[in-house]
Write a protein that binds this ligand. Structure first.
Ligand code: NAD
Ligand code: ZN
Ligand code: ZN
Length: 338
């Protein structure tokens, strides 16, 4: 789709439990790139699911937020009322309303000057003390996604982990994998700067331009493979390659978005190796109780995640740059006022 900046009507309060947030910083995600590549222009999608800002208006039933509070907004929401939504897992919404902002026309996103947030008590959090604005943006989506991917990869102390894909999500997953004490992390990508960044974070880089990632992982593990594999690309080829990286009894945890309803699936491999295969749509608010103290304690290297700062007026160039993976770009932070 073509990405353009348009003048649109101001958002209106989405019911008594909702708030309007004046957006101060927002970012582009690899999930936006799926729409950029695959969605036709003209659907009226207002993009963006990573935003922080100030509450400009609050519905009468909102309890935990007030006008003037600076908040970070969960990229993923649900009905706001069912037990999983209330427990911070809108990805498991019982009403079937799990959705990311900015992915459909009736849920306008945060790459904007203002956004409407329904059920704000469940889906927005006052920016905690000691959390920078950039860290707050990372807590809206990709740090929770990386954390959920690592948490579900069954990483044990001393084990070997593979992270397939070293975009911003893979880089978050790699750092979250370290929380579980693996002895080795093998990190697969095709972009030299991203491989170098993973190496600086303590991983062993594997350049998938040379040979398939799984082939190099098997060579690096005496033919055995890795105990835990986190897939953070979402392409058919990398999902399949992630399965081939796993050792007997291993776990493959997919966080890359792949919405294919049918994929050639190596069932024989999964069966004969007794693999566990898991996937997750980020349970964003449910990760905050673990991630906020970790961020406050400086347990992650997040300061250099945003390699490029641009104005929302340059949004078309920003998408082009992020998509091209040129100029050392890892992630682009957008200022709606510039
Ligand atoms: N599960 C969730 O809720 C959730 C949340 C956020 C993002 N995502 C998904 O995570 C994925 C990554 O997001 P991102 O922002 O890091 O995107 P990105 O496009 O910046 O990163 C993808 C990375 O994969 C690498 N890659 C592509 N093909 C490869 C191959 N064959 N072998 C090895 N590496 C390869 C690219 O070089 C790039 O560095 C996307 O699919 C995105 O939709 C999922
Ligand atoms: Zn995202
Ligand atoms: Zn729900």
């Amino acid at each position: 789709m073509e990405v353009r900046l348009l003048e649109v009507p101001d958002p209106v309060l989405p019911g008594p439990h909702g708030v309007i947030v004046t957006v101060e910083r927002t970012a582009i995600c690899g999930s936006d790139l799926h729409l950029y590549h695959d969605a036709p222009t003209g659907l009226g999608i207002r993009l963006g699911h990573e935003a922080i800002g100030t509450v400009a208006e609050a519905g009468a039933s909102v309890r935990t937020l007030s006008v003037g509070d600076r908040v970070l907004v969960s990229g993923v929401i649900g009905c706001g009322l069912c037990a999983p939504c209330v427990a911070g897992q809108p990805n498991l919404c019982r009403a079937g309303q799990s959705a990311a902002f900015g992915t459909m026309a009736d849920l306008p996103g945060g790459q904007a000057e203002a956004m409407a947030v329904p059920f704000a008590d469940a889906f927005a959090l006052p920016i905690p003390d000691g959390v920078t604005d950039e860290e707050a943006v990372l807590l809206t989506d990709i740090l929770p996604t990386g954390y959920a991917g690592a948490e579900r990869a069954a990483i044990r102390p001393g084990s070997t982990v593979v992270v397939v894909g070293l975009g911003p999500v893979g880089i978050m997953a790699l750092q979250c994998a370290k929380l579980y004490g693996p002895a080795r992390i093998l990190a697969v990508d095709m972009v030299p700067e991203r491989l170098a960044r993973a190496e600086r974070l303590g991983a062993e880089p594997i350049d998938a331009r040379i040979a398939p990632g799984s082939q190099q992982v098997l060579e690096a593990t005496s033919g055995w493979g890795a105990d835990s594999v986190i897939e953070a690309v979402g392409a058919d080829a990398t999902v399949l390659d992630a399965l081939s990286c796993a050792s007997t009894g291993g776990t493959v945890s997919v966080v890359g978005v792949n919405l294919a309803m049918a994929l050639p699936f190596p069932m024989g491999l999964v069966f004969l190796k007794s693999l566990t295969v898991r996937a997750i749509f980020a349970p964003v608010p449910g990760t905050w109780s673990a991630l906020v103290p970790l961020v406050q304690a400086g347990k992650f290297s997040l300061a250099e995640t945003f390699t490029h700062h641009m104005g929302l007026s340059q949004v078309a160039e920003a998408y082009q740059l992020f998509d091209s993976r040129a100029d050392g770009v890892l992630k682009v932070l957008l200022d709606p006022k510039a």
